[in-house]
Design a protein around this ligand. Structure first.
Ligand SMILES: [Zn+2]
Length: 75
């Protein structure tokens, strides 16, 4: 797991925080239980999601791992 925030692209577009327009996120892969997936109406999707927590204000967004790319800065 990353110890530094990462930038994220989805469909070759930069993912930005919807709150502060930041581009740095803390990623975390989460496997949803079937009950949780039903709660979020995500039955059609993989139960694994990537939660991206904005490094600035902590706003959390969720993506399917297959749709996004994480970019760690070297060093
Ligand atoms: Zn933010």
């Amino acid at each position: 797991m990353a110890h530094k925030p990462v930038t994220v692209t989805a469909a070759e577009r930069q993912v930005t925080c919807t709150h502060c327009r930041g581009v740095w996120f803390w990623p975390r892969n989460v496997v949803m239980s079937s009950g949780t997936a039903t709660f979020f109406d995500l039955d059609a999707f993989s139960p694994q999601v990537t939660m991206l927590s904005c490094s600035g204000y902590g706003k959390v967004g969720m993506f399917q791992p297959s749709t996004i790319q994480l970019h760690q800065q070297p060093g």
